[in-house]
Design a binder for this molecule. Sequence first.
Ligand SMILES: [Zn+2]
Length: 368
Amino acid sequence: MNPKILLFLTIIFLCLDTLSDALLGMRMADQDEKTVRIVLECPKKIKIQKSVNGNSLHIWAPKKSPNFSMRNKTKTITSYTHDDSNTVRLHFATTPSIKKDFWILPGKKYPFFRYVIDIFLNHPLVKKVQIPKSPPIRKKRILIDAGHGGRDPGTIGVGKVYEKNVTLKAACLLAKKLKETGRYVPILIRPKDQSMLLSSRLKATKKAAGDLFISLHADSCSDSSVRGLSLYTLSAVASDRQAARLALKENKADLIMGVKLESEIPEVANILIDLTKREKKNLSSKFAQHLLSKLRYRIFLLRKPHRFANFYILKVPGLPSVLIELGYLSHKKEARLLQSTRHLDNICSGIIEAIDTYFKMEIHEPRS
Ligand SMILES: [Zn+2]
């Protein structure tokens, strides 16, 4: 053999032999929140010593490859040093202890011997982040007042249909359907056929702390051809003579029970000059508009279906309130319709669509 080649091969062999027990590299990664895995790569099984010193782990190998590299992917090893003394020092944020160590032989994927050290962290730094539970969405409370009741039948229509029965049937149906949506808490102000003064209704309504108030009624007229649903919101000045007449009639409901309308409860007395008045009026009108836009394709509406008048029952401060006259019991066909579950169900579906739209679109300040 050419002496030059022999010399070259000898040098290569010596170099390889020199590197045959050198540490090639080191990788660190979190296994879980309490364990860190350290992997040392070597060309063969070598003697590796290790010791824990406070928050540090010292690893000693016979020698390191000139290309020795380290890769730290942990959150707990804050820094590391390796110098010519063949010692690697890993500094932890918390006290480490050696859980286990073992060798893995070279395989297809990794051509090196791997020495694995699993470190147990005595005080895990990485804690599970508790995601705060978002507060449950408060369901809107819909107050439903079935007009009249008990000794007060309300309007007596064609075929002796009583307004109090129509309003109770509609109110119960609306409450049932609202509950079924899962989005609302319906509250019936008059849940059964019972006499109830307007002032008692108002107090019950105020106490129920609702988000929306709907009073259900049915009207009558000397002209038996008049028909259609209409809506009323509160106003000191009536929008027209019929609205003023209706408010007067509905406000007189207590007279039938021998009780004069109680002088207005103190917090109600000043409603028309109250600061909440404007907002309430605004929101009540908006809800009425949503009702009209949803109901106009479902049922027959009265001409100029949104009117204003001074209804006592709509006076709970800060509570958007609408009175719905479901139709005319003096109209033969409408009196029949208002007794049919199908017709009332159709109206209730429209009311719920309007409630959905109202809460989606309007800005609602929490009530004080
Ligand atoms: Zn009525």
